[in-house]
Design a protein around this ligand. Structure first.
Ligand code: GN1
Ligand code: MG
Length: 378
């Protein structure tokens, strides 16, 4: 990221902010995009989130932004109809300043949603929601319960959204496609690391069939597809000061998939007693108490609207997504750390081990998880 303060200011000024921009500072530990907070001063001072979207990972940023615009507009209508606050309970995308747009940008149906700079990078902006809080970790069952309710509500708000969305990342949670990428990565062995990874590769191989069997249920329509978020880790949710969910952020991966992904990915994050990249594996496990709280919150919003096949596979989705995450971290390590930002050499392998420990803990508690799902689905 080589941008001078002057260049950053010029980029931020392409968007319709109120007040004069006074400060642009990096924000948060996102693994994919670069995120900044923009402060303005003046009568209508406000804060904004400026992001450089990673177009290596999201090849169609305009298509992605169009998805985000459509989805947030749909939710906004719901929030207004329910008497909620449309500026706090859904993300607001900040448009380009019309005077800064070229004719080509004006002709592009997504042209008002992003700015492409001279280096070829894509920038987008949205409004920062004052008083919002994010968490890297769920410390209480109450927070899990509220997070579950928040994702349940998000899915409910989008249940009647019928416009087809662009597929922002091909086969994002499609394990069949992930295995195609995996087999290629192992064969390529780009970083020469495969010979030291016999044990870890064995973890992936030994579960391949059961994961494909689950995905077959999606492919043959037994499990329906819906509009889903696909990246529901706790840090992608904004809470208010009381711990209630305000809205869901990071809508980059919002597209059509199974609702189970959102449940599974949240469980992977909310219930982990350790960190996603904990070096101390003793700390990593799934808390069944947190699982129960999240499930109770989620099903309070969704139970009458899910199919039996979704209910039956809800607990398994935590195994599926956590397994997929083990595979994705390990695959990136094998590839030489190209996808995820890493903080130190070997970070992706540390993540792999920590997520695998979590997967084992989920597997061990699978029966209890199914019992909890049954209890709250009734
Ligand atoms: C990435 O973008 P971010 O940091 O919220 C990743 C997720 C992973 C997650 C692991 C587009 O999420 O799929 O589960 O890291 N997002 C993308 O923490 O790959
Ligand atoms: Mg993301």
């Amino acid at each position: 990221m080589n941008y001078t303060p002057e260049e950053m200011l010029a980029i931020a000024r392409k968007f319709e902010t109120t007040g004069n921009i006074t400060e642009i500072k990096p924000l948060g530990p996102g693994f994919i995009n670069d995120t900044f907070i923009v402060k303005t001063q003046g009568e209508k001072a406000s804060k904004y989130i400026l992001q450089r979207k990673n177009h290596q990972i999201f090849p169609d940023v305009p298509g992605m932004m169009k998805n985000i615009e459509m989805v947030t507009e749909h939710i906004r209508e719901k929030v207004i109809a329910e008497g909620g606050d449309p500026l706090r309970e859904v993300l607001t995308v900040t448009f380009r300043k019309p005077g800064t747009m070229t004719d080509a940008e004006r002709a592009d149906p997504a042209g008002h949603l992003y700015f492409r700079d001279a280096k070829g990078n894509y920038w987008t902006m949205c409004v920062f929601i004052e008083g919002s809080v994010t968490y890297e970790k769920a410390d209480t069952p109450e927070l899990c319960y509220k997070g579950g309710k928040g994702i349940g509500k998000f899915q409910a708000q989008l249940a009647d959204f019928t416009v087809p969305l662009n597929e922002t990342i091909k086969g994002f949670h499609n394990i069949r496609w992930r295995f195609t990428q995996w087999d290629e990565a192992v064969a390529r062995d780009a970083a020469g690391r495969v010979r030291d990874l016999k044990e870890e590769i064995g973890w992936i191989d030994s579960r391949r069939e059961e994961m494909l069997a689950f995905w077959s249920l999606v492919e043959n329509g037994t499990i329906p597809t819906r509009v889903t978020h696909n990246d529901t880790k706790i840090s992608n949710i904004l809470f208010d000061g009381k711990g209630d969910v305000l809205c869901v952020i990071d809508l980059d991966t919002c597209m059509s998939s199974t609702s189970l992904n959102d449940f599974g990915d949240a469980i992977r994050s909310y219930t982990n007693t350790g960190a996603e990249d904990d070096k101390d594996l003793e700390k990593v496990s799934m808390s069944i108490e947190m699982f129960e709280a999240y499930t109770r919150g989620y099903l309070s919003q969704r139970k009458g609207n899910l199919t039996q096949s979704e209910i039956d596979n809800l607990a398994f989705s935590a195994r599926y997504i956590t397994y997929e995450q083990v595979l994705r971290f390990l695959m990136d390590y094998i590839d030489g750390d190209l996808y995820y930002k890493t903080a130190y050499p070997g970070h992706n392998l540390v993540r792999t081990h920590a997520q695998y420990k979590l997967l084992q803990s989920i597997e061990e508690q699978f029966d209890a998880m199914n019992d909890i799902v049954k209890k709250y689905a009734e």
